[in-house]
Design a protein around this ligand. Structure first.
Ligand code: UDP
Length: 241
């Protein structure tokens, strides 16, 4: 029996952490390989996949800024970090016969296409996985906000927020508080008003204003991306106002 995906076009948000593996730092091609097997599985269901990659495994702008750097300068370094992750991801995807295009929000024509919305949508229609690198191209933003922005732009059905070793949104940190309980469903407004750590507030407001649902789930559980795409109720779904 062929299974019908619930979503036709998705934005998968992968944090830098997901690319680093256990060490939490740098790029681990073996970890990427495992993740790519999961992505390929979903790709083969015919789902159009756009990926927004983070950069926190290499550099975070706020850390540089806390150490006295100019914030915008430090943020540009963070955006460059996402490009390294995107190229690593592209390499592994293509080695596994998944056609891809990387688009950067800051032009780097020798290594990737510049971000062009209509072109990105065309690639998706042609069943190429599009990797969005460079964040929004602006300092003071995050790649979560990039995921919300690109999802709205390319008319994605959902944002898949893949988390490392957390299986959804809790009312307290489950690693610190044993009585923490998981939410199955939330509205974007609840996420913002309760101050839940799902996305940063800019990303949450953008998702709310544009009515983009998101599913928060554990990336480290094999088969989870597929489960979410097929509409299984795992993790936490955030939608509506
Ligand atoms: N960044 C930015 N603008 C953006 C996206 C990212 O300035 O639109 C910078 C910012 O410094 C951030 C870094 O890139 O700390 C890495 O991105 P992020 O922290 O979102 O990565 P993740 O936490 O997903 O690994």
């Amino acid at each position: 029996m062929t299974q019908e995906p619930k979503y036709k076009r998705v934005v998968l948000k992968l944090s830098g952490e997901a690319i680093a593996g256990e060490k939490g730092f740098g790029i681990n091609p073996l970890v990427i390989k495992e993740m790519v097997a999961e992505i390929k599985d979903v790709y083969e269901l015919g789902v159009e996949i756009a990926i927004v990659v983070g950069g926190g495994n290499i550099w975070r702008g706020n850390i540089g800024s806390e150490m006295g750097m100019d914030r915008a300068q430090a943020d540009y370094m963070g955006m460059l970090a996402t490009v390294m992750n995107a190229l690593a991801l592209q390499d592994v995807l293509e080695n596994n016969d998944v056609p891809t295009r990387v688009q950067t929000s800051i032009e780097m024509r020798q290594i990737a296409e510049p971000y062009i919305r209509r072109r990105a949508m065309r690639h998706l229609e042609k069943k190429r996985v599009v990797i969005f690198a460079g964040g929004t191209g602006n300092p003071y933003f995050t790649t979560d906000t990039t995921a919300a922005l690109r999802a709205a732009e390319i008319e994605a059905d959902v944002i898949l927020m893949a988390k490392n070793n957390v299986d959804g949104v809790y009312n307290a940190d489950p690693r610190e508080d044993a009585s923490a309980t998981k939410y199955d469903n939330l509205t974007h407004l609840e996420v913002i008003s309760k101050g839940l750590k799902v996305m940063d507030s800019t990303a949450s407001s953008l998702s709310m204003d544009n009515d983009i649902p998101l599913v928060v789930f554990n990336l480290n559980e094999p088969g989870n991306i597929r489960r979410v795409v097929l509409g299984e109720n795992i993790g936490t779904t955030v939608s509506g106002k």
